[in-house]
Design a protein around this ligand. Sequence first.
Ligand SMILES: COc1cccc(CC(=N)NC(=O)c2cccnc2OC2CCNCC2)c1
Length: 388
Amino acid sequence: DIHEFWDSQPVPKAYEKIDESMYDQQIDVPKTVADVRPEPYTLPPGYTWANIDIGNRTEAQEVYDLLTQNYVEDDDNMFRFDYSIEFLQWALTPPGFHKEWLFGVRGGKKNKLFGFISGIPVDTKIRGKQVTMAEINFLCVHKSLRTKRLATVLIKEVTRRVNLHDIWQAIYTAGVLIPLPISKTTYWHRSLNPKKLVEVGFSSLPANTPMARYVKLLKLPGETSVKGLREMQKSDVKVVHDLLNAYLSKFEVHLHFTEAEVAHFLLPRAGVVDTYVVENPQTKEIKDFLSFYHLPSSILKHEVHKTLRVAYCYYNVANTVPMEELIRNALIIAKQKDFDVFNALDIMENETLLKELKFGIGDGNLHYYFYNWRVPEFKPNQIGIVLV
Ligand SMILES: COc1cccc(CC(=N)NC(=O)c2cccnc2OC2CCNCC2)c1
């Protein structure tokens, strides 16, 4: 069963008793690239490995088609993530990405894509220690091929390909609980279009609250309130880079971004990511910025509404503006851009503003995991990494 697989992996065991001296180091015995299996893992008969050039529109379309039909659904199977092609190309081609870490499994007469997994290299800081990791995401097996253990082979193969680059740790998130989370975070939602959210069953009307009153309760100003708020542009990359790294260094677990990575991940891209900086009208200085990414969900069983437009809280730094006002302005912008809901995890400083800004608690958790690195469990507000 699944635990038989994870029991064979260098992740903390559910039962282990650990003393402090075991933390901040790898779990596996030290290995070198020479120890890594040179050939790909064996697939079931009829299936083959296939690298995916996500920059190629045709191949990106195949990944889109696989994910939009077979990727993660909410616990009630009412919604399924619907990552766009442009979003996948953005998320999977940061500076320095390795093309052999983007691959899948093909099979059948039409050599169809039945499985996919991805890795990108990230520079992490864990309790003050620099660790280069692979950020693993988009593990997906076609619904018709579940229980063939393809997922475990995809995990082993991406581990092998990452190890060939002399990288031995990884970070990933999952809604499911497997051994052992480094943190259990909770998701929260801020309704922007309450009428639609109630119609599609995403939200329910609070007791004794007519819809008109619910809408009024959640109403946001039509315009932003922060003076000097404007879209990020190329010339802001340097200052945003310095602001972001300085801010993230406050957290026990965080990424370190290069300038090129800040340009890639934060410069606005239509339908993918929005970033706004606060330029002080007098001094022209920038000390704050907000950002959110676009991840719609398919609405699986509704006659009229087919898509839920969801904005996800990304990286936000508030030095001269109260964080609550900054995020309220993110909500106002998201509403202006016709998003239906704004999602956030209770990581970083988010917990302090969720209630004030009328977020409702979600019905699930997102767990963060490390592969082959032992740490004590962190509180969500010690996590300074956002995975898309
Ligand atoms: C609303 O449509 C959904 C479609 C599929 C799953 C879920 C529930 C869920 N699992 N949500 C999250 O994981 C989540 C909730 C708030 C913020 N970020 C999140 O996940 C991000 C980060 C991890 N990769 C997926 C997107 C909701």
